[in-house]
Design a protein around this ligand. Structure first.
Ligand SMILES: [Zn+2]
Length: 300
């Protein structure tokens, strides 16, 4: 009877069946920043959080960080545990006026060489700082190369500033090693929730429906400490946390927005392209300047 009621509710109540879905996608893999927690412990903590919630993430690796057998071993743990391994260039340069199309392609190719022996590597590429080129010609030239070489764009739909919260946390610990970490956790969780709401609302306005989201987070101390809390928060507030491979199957990830400046969250770029939502689009979508005052006021 209960299941009949559930089926009935799914049929008649819009939105009843569908939880908003989000996957964890983590960038950079900087195993050489070891404040407070050494790399092995960070790796362990992040992988344990994913395992606890039975989800597979995507890890976009900046290949300059793979310097030693230890680094390779830490990466292999991700691949061997079923997480998707993607490409994030060798040197993490912003694809702007200083970087040519051939430079950008060489960066992708070199990182590809370093990653392709990983069991769960796929030809999926995320632009550093989400910058897809400073001109439409350069953007399209790399898109063309990616298409010919079976590479997909590992777009972010929910952008945020976890990297800035992380920087502030490390600065704080440098002067006050006993600072109450829960204050950073609380700020971090609310910041991520706020950004998730914004991009999810934006997707409904621009596309008329929700998408399977890819949340951008970084391989850093904040996530070594609080990724478990972050995932738990999404679940508690009614979202479903899904595998990254599943999220990337959403048709939204095949879209090629023509808006300039290129990059940002995919949802931001599509909203910009629509020309209808200018008032809701700040540029850049996310930045440290937006969070600074709030963190200052909280003494973080
Ligand atoms: Zn990055």
């Amino acid at each position: 009877m209960k299941s009949l009621i559930a089926v009935f509710a799914i049929l008649i109540i819009p939105g009843f069946a569908q939880s908003t879905e989000v996957a964890i996608t983590m960038d950079d893999f900087n195993v050489h920043e070891e404040t407070h927690l050494p790399a092995e412990k960070r790796n362990e903590a992040i992988l344990a959080a994913l395992k606890k919630h039975k989800i597979k993430a995507a890890l976009f690796v900046t290949c300059k960080h793979l310097k030693s057998p230890r680094d390779e071993k830490l990466l292999a743990e991700w691949s061997n545990q079923g997480h998707l391994i993607g490409n994030h260039t060798v040197n993490h340069n912003r694809f702007d006026a200083k970087v040519s199309v051939s430079d950008e392609i060489a960066e992708i190719q070199q990182c590809d060489e370093q990653l392709k022996s990983q069991k769960n590597f796929e030809k999926i590429f995320r632009f550093p700082m989400l910058a897809e080129g400073d001109t439409a010609e350069k953007r399209d030239a790399v898109r063309d190369w990616m298409k010919k070489n079976s590479y997909r764009n590992g777009h972010v739909t929910i952008d945020a500033s976890d990297w800035y919260v992380d920087r502030r946390l490390r600065d704080k610990l440098a002067t006050d090693p006993d600072f109450d970490l829960s204050k950073f956790r609380d700020f971090y969780l609310e910041h991520m929730w706020d950004r998730a709401q914004y991009y999810n609302d934006l997707s409904k306005k621009v596309l008329g429906h929700e998408v399977k989201h890819t949340l951008l987070v970084h391989y850093n101390l904040v996530n070594a400490l609080f990724l478990d809390d972050l995932i738990a928060m999404f679940k508690k507030r009614g979202w479903k946390v899904i595998d990254a491979k599943k999220a990337f199957k959403d048709p939204v990830f095949t879209k090629l927005p023509n808006s300039m400046p290129s990059g940002q969250s995919l949802i931001w770029a599509l909203a910009k392209e629509s020309g209808k939502l200018e008032g809701e689009l700040r540029y850049p979508g996310e930045n440290d300047t937006y969070e600074k005052e709030k963190m200052d006021a909280l003494g973080l």
